[in-house]
Design a protein around this ligand. Structure first.
Ligand SMILES: Nc1nc2c(ncn2[C@@H]2O[C@H](COP(=O)(O)OP(=O)(O)OP(=O)(O)O)[C@@H](O)[C@H]2O)c(=O)[nH]1
Length: 200
């Protein structure tokens, strides 16, 4: 997709316990690929992708952070200026679901933007040994006023929706994002384009 007419760049973090599938979700979304032997992330990995939603192009800077504590020394800089966060748990591992609360706390502590768009993602729904029901996930998200979806990075189920819903939420939140300079030339009235961005 061409780089021109990109309305804005959104920084989106993927966080959650080690092994829940953060890198796999990023790989599936950005390259439509899956690696059953995906290596663990050391520090942070970073990819960009241009997406077109409701006739508006935005560039996503997706930050995949390490789940393992020992690789998390640069945490504050990962969170700086992020507009969206995808909080992942593994539907087959109860402890990864129970840890969501502390990941939400990290966002509160280190996030620098008000009203960050947050999506709770229950990953690995292709697995047969699920222990967290869809309803468990849904209720947790409702309690914490975040969006919710279940995914499989392996089969691709829900992956695109997870990212696109975060992008939509960022777009409709006033003051959360800034237009690229050249975004001004866009005709935002076409096909329900977003008009509420901050031009500061
Ligand atoms: N069955 C199944 N396995 C998955 C899925 N997503 C990821 N995996 C596997 O789970 C393992 C861990 O995946 P990663 O993507 O490395 O997990 P991570 O959250 O990035 O882990 P850290 O880098 O340590 O934080 C790998 O073996 C993946 O192939 C999925 O949707 N279904």
């Amino acid at each position: 997709m061409q780089q021109e007419n990109i309305l804005a760049t959104f920084k989106i973090l993927i966080i959650g316990e080690s092994g829940v599938g953060k890198s796999s979700l990023m790989l599936r979304f950005t390259e439509d690929d899956f690696d059953k032997d995906q290596a663990l992330t050391i520090g942070v990995d970073f990819k960009t992708k241009i997406v077109e939603i409701d006739n508006v192009k935005v560039k996503l800077a997706i930050w995949d952070t390490a789940g393992q504590e020992r690789f998390r020394t640069l945490t504050p800089s990962y969170y700086r200026d992020a507009q969206g966060a995808i909080l992942v748990y593994d539907v087959t591992k109860k402890d990864t679901f129970q840890k969501l609360e502390s990941w939400l706390n990290e966002l509160e502590i280190y996030g620098t933007r008000n009203n960050m768009a947050k999506m709770i993602v229950g990953n690995k729904i292709d697995s047969t040994d699920r222990t967290i029901t869809r309803d468990d996930g849904f209720r947790f998200a409702k309690k914490h006023r975040t969006m919710f979806i279940e995914t499989s990075a392996r089969t691709n189920e829900g992956v695109r929706d997870a990212f696109e819903e975060v992008v939509r939420k960022i777009m409709e939140t006033d003051g959360l994002w800034e237009r690229n300079d050249y975004g001004d030339s866009l005709d935002l009235n076409r096909g329900g384009g977003q008009q509420s961005g901050c031009s500061c």
